[in-house]
Design a protein around this ligand. Structure first.
Ligand code: ZN
Ligand code: ZN
Ligand code: ZN
Length: 160
């Protein structure tokens, strides 16, 4: 791994998106927003990182503290010398995007992410349901969103 981790991983990713033959291209959304850079130990075009790289680990998370996308909290902590600030429920309810789908490069709001049932609402790619177990690292949740997230966690724990 010789990639300079301070450099956003964007060039190869953009190239990949432009050249890959996807079977779900008909459901691809329009690329209205420029794809944000993803920082950290990113391994591939789907934002898998050196810490989380199963087939399903294809989302990056926008961190409140530095307003940058990372594949996971470990990527963030290796690169940034500050503590992670978590999104609060009221911030998430503003419906600004906080999740990046590594499959279609669309940004999702938290409610889209939770409402999708471990799938991308844009391209239907499968996400890792076990991410629910780590939400507390990124999000400080209460109210209806918090309850929905608790349901997700329970579903994951029961399936183990
Ligand atoms: Zn940060
Ligand atoms: Zn990572
Ligand atoms: Zn997607």
């Amino acid at each position: 791994m010789t990639q300079d981790i301070a450099t956003p991983y964007i060039t190869e990713r953009a190239l990949f998106a432009a050249t890959s033959k996807s079977t779900i291209s008909s459901s691809f959304p329009n690329y209205t927003d420029p794809m944000p850079p993803v920082y950290g130990q990113v391994l591939d075009a789907f934002t898998r990182c050196s810490h989380y790289h199963t087939d399903l680990d294809i989302v990056a998370i926008r961190f409140k503290c530095c307003n940058k996308y990372f594949p996971c909290y470990q990527c963030h902590d290796e690169l940034r010398n500050h503590h992670t600030q978590r999104w609060t429920t009221s911030e998430l309810e503003k419906d600004e995007p906080v999740i990046l789908c590594g499959s279609c490069q669309q940004q999702l709001t938290f409610s889209q992410y939770i409402g999708g049932g471990s799938r991308c609402v844009y391209c239907d790619a499968r996400f890792n349901p076990k991410c629910a177990l780590h939400y507390d690292l990124y999000f400080d949740l209460c109210g209806p969103i918090g309850a929905a997230v608790e349901d997700c966690k329970e579903a994951v724990e029961e399936s183990n």
